[in-house]
Write a protein that binds this ligand. Sequence first.
Ligand code: SF4
Ligand code: SF4
Length: 97
Amino acid sequence: MTHVITALCTRKGDCVEVCPVECIVPAPTGNADWPFYYIDPDTCIDCGACIPVCPPEAIFTEDDVPAQYQDDIAKNKEYFTSGPGYWKYDLEKERVR
Ligand code: SF4
Ligand code: SF4
């Protein structure tokens, strides 16, 4: 299983700071195809640390993703397989305060 960031994400970046395996990545600001932060499902260890720190409650376990956000399960994976994926970013520049 994995955890999934949904379209509820407001790019606050708190999740990145608590993930012990650094598998949460902000898509570059301004990329219309990839507007949010994404979780690499192949690296996520399902620790759950990201869920309580997300202000808009945008993160769910894969099994708990609400019906209207089901497409985001594939979107998180695709970000790492066909999207920008991991990159050298400055979190302060990629977060919305
Ligand atoms: S904490 Fe929530 S709103 Fe902030 S970047 Fe992570 S998923 Fe998005
Ligand atoms: S569940 Fe844990 S490992 Fe997975 S993205 Fe959240 S903080 Fe990272």
